[in-house]
Design a protein around this ligand. Sequence first.
Ligand SMILES: *Cc1c(COP(=O)(O)O)cnc(C)c1O
Length: 223
Amino acid sequence: MTPDDRLAALHARIASAARPARRDPADVTLIAVSKTHPADAIRPLLLAGQRDFGENRVQEAQEKWPALREEFADFRLHLVGQLQSNKAADAVALADAIHSVDRSSLIAALARAMDATGRRPDCFVQVNIGAEEQKGGCAIADVPALLAEARSAALPIVGLMCVPPAGIEPAPYFALLAKIARDHGIAGLSMGMSEDVEQAVSLGATHVRVGSALFGHRQGTPA
Ligand SMILES: *Cc1c(COP(=O)(O)O)cnc(C)c1O
């Protein structure tokens, strides 16, 4: 499949899940997660019209994206991976959206960087929706406090984000994240990856983060 075919297939999957849920497919942003893939693999998707991309490491994003910015002006870069507070300034300088806001210290570091630069990337609060030991994201019980902190620090919180536990049915976790967002009046839902785009869209995802279904499988990292 060409990159254009893969993009078309993803848009068809999103549309086929949106219709029965009475949703407009245009309300779902497809983020092409290009981590581990070089600029040469990214360029064909840009040429095919894809405009939202995701990376999970700040350093890798810094290595790849400034050059692409000079070729293509109008795309958005999303940081979707766990973020260390000492990378917050770099993240704010580079990204148009940050999907992994999950603790007070990071909120404080992001707020400092935003105040210093005047750049205010969209922020998603990441929730550890399956309460997994090793996963990023805040505990469900901490969501209200973190949202309050983010608001008082003037972080533009546009949504919640989750990565459900691997290997089991994700729908209950997507539904739970959607309920938490609803309870707090938050519109954005960053959820759904290559394997579970349909479930996520039918449960309200506004942003799906798709890597391997667009770029092929990554080498050396578990998919
Ligand atoms: C890698 C990654 C994705 C994309 O995963 P695929 O299964 O390749 O679609 C989505 N979200 C996050 C946070 C990731 O790190």
